[in-house]
Structure formats: structure tokens, C-alpha cells
Design a protein around this ligand. Sequence first.
Ligand code: SAM
Length: 283
Amino acid sequence: MTVYKETLYDGYGQAFDVEEVLFEQQTDSWHLIIFRNPQFGTVMALDGIIQTTEKDEFVYHEMLTHVPLLAHGNAKKVLIIGGGDGGMLREVLKHDSVESVTQVEIDQAVIDMCIEYLPNHSQGAYENPRTNIVIGDGIDYVCQTDEKYDVIISDCTDPVGPGEVLFSSKFYEGCKRCLSEGGVFVAQNGVVYMQPDEVLTTRQRLSPYFKDQSFYTAAVPTYIGGAMTFAWGCDDEAIRQQSVELISERYKASDIKTRYYNPAIHTGSFALPQYVLEVLGDD
Ligand code: SAM
């Protein structure tokens, strides 16, 4: 049996037994592989970096959707940047209050491949009448659209290659301009123990646009090296500090079934370890 080794970090990484390669594409700009693994089911990796796995994707997708949506409390229009595997779209659509979701994905091929090889991620979300797919660069979209959104979720690859622009000040400025009053911006922001400078860079680039810039975390098993960090931006601090009682009321009213997210996890996830507070100068 061959072994797939993640190469994200020098001198440290995870390895997956490859039971079967379902898809592999080597182009001049990237290497993409989708394979079966006995522990994590179907796994997708891009340029040596694990993007998502069938078994643990629910943690990441539930935390990047239900936290901002239940904190906001009345989101009708949602924008997803990236998210080609469809897991984010699936979770957003569980909120009946959401009238439309626009997803801006740079590569149609990722959507097509994930529908074929990771069908449990999207579970038909791409055919939902509330779904609107735009194929293009997320930074162009947020800088040019006339639409306004209540929640914006950046679910992109790591800040290398096409994903790099989605960690830039220009992108954050674009997101702020198309966020409605009291809107919430969230983004995947790497594993802080391994990539501490990513949270500091995001703090420096995001805080000029939002009165309340913070982070929250969740442990996603195949995003190795510690807790995955999510960036938060909003102009109303109270939205991040909702009580567990209020979040519980909204969670119950939503009638959404989750496997990781719950109101205590929601409010607790904003508590950051001391070493992260020190990196941010918030200690
Ligand atoms: N959950 C994964 C993670 O945390 O690394 C990422 C999920 S998803 C596979 C990442 C998506 O972002 C991919 O489909 C990729 O094509 C898309 N993407 C990367 N750069 C982009 C850009 N500039 N605009 C829009 N989509 C982009």
C-alpha cells in the first residue's frame, strides 16, 4: 500500500495509507489528488496539503457556518468565497432563514470533482434553488459586486498560490464593502500553533476594517498541529459576545442537527490560549 505524506510543514507531518487513488491531476500549477484512506475515508489534498476529508469535515464546516449565522441571528444573504468541496454550502443551507447563498469558487473543476468523489460534502447543495454559483476569483468579486451580504465566509486554501490574495488587505476591504450593517465576516486562518504569524498578519490587516476583530478555534483532526483558528470581523462586539442562553434559543429554533457545534462550544470557542493572546498582544 502506498503512503501519502503531507508536506505542509518542514520536519513534521501526517501520513495516510492510500487504499485507492480516485482522482489525480498534475498540472503546471498544482498537484491535486483524491484517495481513499481507512481512517478518514475519502481525502482530498492539493500540493501536499490536506484540504478536506470525509470523516472530519463536519467540525470545520459546522464551525465556520453556525457560529457566524447563529451569532448574527437573522442572516438572509450569505457569501462563501472558495468552498469548492460544497461542505460549507451544505451547512449554510440548513438555516431556513437564509434566502440565498452565493459561492464564488475559482475552479469549476474542484466543484465537479467533489460532487463526483466527495458527494457527502455537498449532498445536493449545488442543486438547491437558493444556491448561486459564481466561477471566479473571490477578490475580484468582493471588490466589484453591488450585492450586500449578512455573513461572508472565506473558505479558501492556505495563503499560497490562488488562495494568497484571500488573506490580503484588499480582500478584507472588499469584504467590508459588501457586508451589510451588523454583518459578520469569518475566515479559515490556519493552525495557530504551527502558523502563529498568520493570526498576527490577519489581525494587522483585518482590524482597520472592523471595530471587533477576534478569533475562535476548533480542533479539526486532519488540520494537524493543534486547533484550527477562524478569523472574525464585525462592527458590533455584542454579536460575538451573545450569551449561551440566547445562542441556545436560536440553535433550538433552527432545528439544525449538528455533530460538533453546540451553544457551549460556540461561546467557548472564542476563549483563546495564552500563547495566542501573547502573539496578538491581547494578553
Ligand atoms: N477546508 C480547506 C482548508 O481549510 O484548507 C479548503 C477548502 S476548499 C477545497 C478551498 C477552495 O478555495 C478550493 O476549492 C479552491 O479552488 C478555492 N480557492 C482558492 N483560491 C481562491 C480564490 N482566490 N478565489 C476563489 N476560490 C479560491
